[in-house]
Design a protein around this ligand. Structure first.
Ligand code: ADP
Length: 522
């Protein structure tokens, strides 16, 4: 009762006896301290924690938290139920005993990289449940960052087993169905050859036969594409590589596609008289696909231009049309299976497999694909094939202290202006990016120079395979090593620009990053 009213307060009481000179207790001093605020706050925290745990346990996913060093600190009940082990047991064992041995190295590798870079963790792996079976999961974890430091990681493992199984079943079905369709089709084609012997083209029956044959060809191409996709997915695509005349392949393919169209004129500028070692039929297939697409997706225009050049021991082929074009947000996904910009198929027919297959073929020859396009103005699809099976990046000169020159990069420490001047040259890939970035780090540290101008204006093609590495490994390491300012001049190539944006994490407080566009190259 305070001031005539009831009030709830919490007090800490301390009772102390006090004594006279003979040590006899005279009385008790009572000291009370008001701790209401602390108790209310503690109760609120306990209540919140209870609700938070209820929430985490109500989720269908496995939920966990880990300390900044990666060790588990909390697991929800779903996890304890799935593994049928005690909390302490799981915490002390860690991931290793539950992840499938085949998936473990990749998962651990990614996790270590994320712990270092403080970036989101994403991985797919199979987890062993208490029934002894493995189930596919998608794992995701994000760091809670406070005052620039990770205070803990919050992770979820989502069961995606059913999707994975369905996908495998779909692939098997496609494989079986296309095999079954191919056999009668081959027989029909044979009979058409016989019919053609007895009917002349001029008769109406003859023209029907020709039209029917063209449709059979289309059907046959679709079935071949489906078969190729199932082979690629099962890792069973076989490449028969041999030396062949690349220039002849270009001329013959352009000629044969020109025969199939009256609406388009294909111009060929070829400067690649060279013997190339690769699978001739598969590379022809890539070119046919690009040409057919160029025709299909440019109904309102006539001209298609094919170019072939040799640059730095690489064959570079491009097919340009003046057709409908593609918006930038679609560019990266065009090489995915079944991806189509306009899926309605009302306007353009297709399955969305051609580019997926083409990309796979080019990759298996050590090359890469890229696209430049403006909606409404047309598209240029290009691919690169290294003459020696892999792109080569050679050293030219270095003093190991202040400069390095290679076939793919030039780095100079500009002492007067106090910055590192980095110029990337020509076609890059994962290897060149890793090598160049390593040298950049070395020269930055040797010269204590933490301002970098990273000029990509002479970069061509597509090196996106290195952008994840850039963001998760290299850039955090540069930041740790003291990098302060990083100015990046974009390449004029769209794919290169997209990769540039992916390569630099945007949330580094200690490093100032700027992207620059310049119109003229130096
Ligand atoms: P499909 O043509 O059967 O759909 P592809 O894999 O060959 O499959 O192409 C995938 C998608 O890429 C197409 O659906 C289309 O949206 C887009 N595309 C391909 N080539 C071009 C082009 N030359 N111009 C515009 N869009 C294109």
């Amino acid at each position: 009762m305070r001031n005539g009213e009831w009030d709830t307060v919490y007090q800490n009481f301390v009772y102390e006896p006090y004594h006279d000179e003979n040590g006899k207790v005279q009385g008790v001093i009572a000291i009370t301290i008001d701790v209401t605020a602390q108790v209310v706050a503690r109760r609120r925290t306990e209540e919140n924690e209870k609700r938070f745990r209820f929430l985490l346990n109500a989720m269908p996913q496995q939920v966990w938290t880990a300390a900044p060093n990666g060790n588990f600190t909390y697991l929800n009940e779903v996890m304890i139920r799935d593994f049928d082990r005690s909390f302490e047991d799981i915490i002390s064992q860690g991931w290793e005993v539950f992840i499938h041995p085949e998936d473990l190295p990749d998962a651990l590798n990614r996790w270590q990289r994320c712990l270092h870079s403080k970036q989101q963790f994403l991985a797919e792996f199979r987890l062993k449940f208490s029934d002894g079976n493995y189930y596919w999961h998608l794992a995701r974890a994000v760091p809670m960052i406070e005052n620039g430091k990770v205070s803990f990681w919050l992770g979820t493992n989502t069961n995606i087993h059913r999707q994975k199984v369905n996908e495998t079943m779909k692939d098997e079905f496609i494989s079986i169905a296309s095999h079954e369709l191919k056999t009668p089709l081959t027989t029909i084609k044979g009979f058409f050859q016989l019919i053609k012997r007895d009917v002349t083209e001029q008769t109406s029956l003859g023209s029907f036969v020709i039209k029917a044959e063209r449709q059979l060809e289309r059907l046959s191409r679709l079935i071949e594409d489906l078969l190729d996709v199932s082979k690629i997915n099962a890792g069973k695509m076989i490449y028969n590589k041999e030396l062949f005349d690349f220039s002849a392949l270009m001329t013959d393919t352009v000629e044969s596609i020109q025969h199939t169209t009256t609406t388009h004129q294909i111009e060929l500028h070829s400067d690649c008289s060279i013997e190339f070692y690769g699978d001739q039929l598969r590379i022809e297939q890539v070119l046919i696909n690009l040409l057919n697409n160029a025709i299909k997706y440019s109904p309102g225009s006539r001209k298609i231009t094919v170019r072939c050049t040799i640059e730095n021991s690489n064959l570079v082929v491009s097919v340009e049309d003046l057709g409908v074009g593609i918006a930038e947000e679609h560019l990266k996904s065009l090489f995915d299976r079944f991806y189509r910009v306009d899926n309605s198929s009302a306007r353009f027919q297709g399955l969305g497999l051609g580019l997926f297959i083409a990309n796979e073929i080019v990759k298996r020859h050590g090359g890469s694909f890229w696209i430049e396009s403006q909606p409404g103005d047309g598209s240029t699809f290009s691919f690169l094939l290294p003459l020696n099976g892999t792109q080569e990046f050679t050293d030219k000169a270095t003093d190991h202290e202040t400069y390095y020159e290679g076939s793919f990069i030039r780095i100079h420490y500009r002492e007067q202006e106090a910055y590192l001047d980095v110029e990337w040259l020509g076609y890059q890939n994962y290897d060149s990016v890793v090598k160049g970035c390593g040298i950049m780090m070395d020269l930055m540290q040797k010269n204590n120079c933490y301002h970098i101008l990273n000029d990509n204006s002479l970069v061509k093609g597509n090196w996106s395979e290195a952008s994840d590495w850039g963001a998760s490994v290299w850039f955090p390491a540069m930041a740790d090593a003291g990098l302060k300012k990083f100015a990046w001049i974009y390449s004029p190539s769209t794919f290169s620009r997209i990769a540039a944006n992916k390569s630099l994490p945007s949330d580094y407080e200690a490093v100032q990053v700027a992207f620059l566009i310049i119109k003229a190259t130096r």
